[in-house]
Ligand binder design. Structure first.
Ligand SMILES: [Zn+2]
Length: 342
């Protein structure tokens, strides 16, 4: 087998590289910069060129250990050809392709196949064995179109602005926040950001992604125009004094979990918008079919139902236990992991 699961993560023994390892290793290939995939403590990191700045930002003092390759460029280590291909998840996100003597493996990382102007679109990679995430691997998960979700968000914002109430829109600081920003209608009012969102948004702009004009809402500045504003903030800001400075804002959360009844209430927000950076059930099915794989390993999420469905379709399928978390309805993947000693 070209890849196998160890207690440090997915390992390619021949090339001695780990993919998104969760314990310190010498050489790590990283699919994207969310904290459950990009962790502290590795000797060397290989990421995509598009994702290099967001990765360095997340790694802080480990930033100098990060090297990058353009999408599609093959690196050969001990006869194993490794390349990274767009996963459509967030800026710089990749699926890994590994080939040895004609046998091809692909690791999805996190991915989606629907529209998103803030990152390179998902590209199918043909392979014999495909390791796929299953965060939303149940038939109930079917995303509305991005266009429809953006229209709902802008209508909600306009309604709040007309009522003189600030709109507080929560989404992960890396990826989700920028996708939300890309859909906002600037004619409604000013767009403000939390510091964590502003930092990442600046890196998106630097990478050539079109973003609307945003203003970083600092602690000591307060303006009357804020009642017409929408504020984009990470879920971890909820309940902080920073949020309370906006009076009693109308609050909404954007996540795939918002499709399920009860999720919005649990988060204690007024509105939930169904917007995810992961494949829904139909996308998962078509993405797997597009790989042409015979063997599929299902990981993080609803692995049981996905494996059952795959076996019914004639795939050689198994669940593999990793420590990736995908999208959660709390703040987990939004926060960079804690640097050792800090
Ligand atoms: Zn992710």
């Amino acid at each position: 087998m070209l890849l196998r699961l160890t207690d440090r993560g997915l390992w390619c023994e021949l090339a001695d590289v780990y993919i998104d390892p969760w314990a310190p290793v010498d050489r790590a290939v990283i699919t994207h910069a969310h904290a459950d995939h990009l962790r502290w403590g590795h000797g060397h990191y290989l990421v995509t060129e598009a994702g290099v700045e967001v990765s360095r930002q997340r790694l802080g003092s480990y930033a100098s250990r990060v090297e990058s390759v353009p999408y599609g460029r093959v690196t050969t280590i001990n006869g194993v050809q490794i390349s990274l291909h767009p996963a459509g998840h967030i800026l710089g996100s990749a699926r890994l392709r590994g080939e040895y003597r004609g046998e091809v493996w692909a690791v999805s990382g996190d991915y989606k196949t629907d529209a998103d102007s803030t990152c390179a679109p998902w590209e199918p990679v043909r392979c014999h064995t495909f390791i796929t995430e299953c965060t939303f691997g149940l038939p109930i998960y079917r995303w509305p179109s991005q266009q429809q979700v953006f229209a709902e968000i802008n209508a909600w914002w306009r309604e709040n602005a007309d009522a003189g109430r600030t709109s507080m829109l929560y989404g992960y600081a890396l990826g989700k926040a920028q996708r939300l920003l890309s859909g906002l209608d600037e004619s409604i009012g000013p767009i403000l950001t939390h510091g964590a969102v502003e930092t990442m948004t600046a890196l998106y702009r630097q990478a050539g992604v079109r973003m609307p004009h945003t203003t970083y809402a600092t602690v000591d500045q307060r303006e009357p125009a804020w009642s017409r504003a929408i504020v984009v903030a990470p879920p971890s800001a909820d309940g902080t004094t920073w949020v309370r400075r906006f009076g009693k804002p109308a609050a909404a959360f954007a996540s795939g979990w918002m499709q399920v009844r009860g999720a919005r209430r649990r988060r204690g927000v007024d509105r939930g918008f169904t917007l995810s950076d992961h494949v829904d059930w139909p996308q998962l099915q078509s993405a797997i079919a597009a790989t042409g794989a015979e063997r599929v390993w299902a990981t993080h999420g609803f692995t049981g139902p996905v494996v059952r469905w795959l076996r019914e379709q004639g795939y050689d399928a198994d669940a593999v236990e990793t420590r990736f978390e995908g999208e959660r309805d709390d703040t987990a993947v939004d926060e960079a992991s804690v640097e050792p000693g800090s």
